[in-house]
Design a protein. Sequence first.
Length: 198
Amino acid sequence: MMEANAMSKALIALPLIALLLAGCGSKANNDTFDLSITPMANAPTAKSRQILVTEPTALKSLDSEQVVVRVSASEIQYLSKSQWGDRLPRMVQSKLVEAFENTGKLAGVGKPGQGLAIDYQVVSDIRAFEVDTSGADVAHVQISAKILNDRNGTVRAQRVFEASVPVRGADNAQFVAAINRAFAQVGAEIVDWTLRSI
């Protein structure tokens, strides 16, 4: 009798284990995307300078993992089954830090809390980071940036960077690829401009 009970419990447990394993192996609901920047090769050297890249500010509609699609001048939606790998401002900050480091033209690059003795801060605001489908499908990225002297708080330079790139197709991956191309252009310009300004 004991053996029969043990056998029936084992037979019940097997389907439950199979369901759990199937759940672990299933595909995520949303495709997750990353960003990239390639710094300009001819950027000047600022080997005596150390900079801090703060997390960009952004409106709540952009301050998330969602991919924004503008359907009219006053309405936005989010791209279905797609997301960024992290909150957008944190991703932009991380990619800018990476791009500055990849130039090899600074004494140091850091984020707040890393304890660097900073000469300048790069402070930015994400104003647009979207695919605009209200006319022709175009990816649009706009980021304003300021370079602050960390010693006295004065603004050394400020500028708005903007790029629009046509979307080459109609699926989610092509929408995101167009946004990435626009960001890559804007990000490279921010890195080059910063190195020329400090």
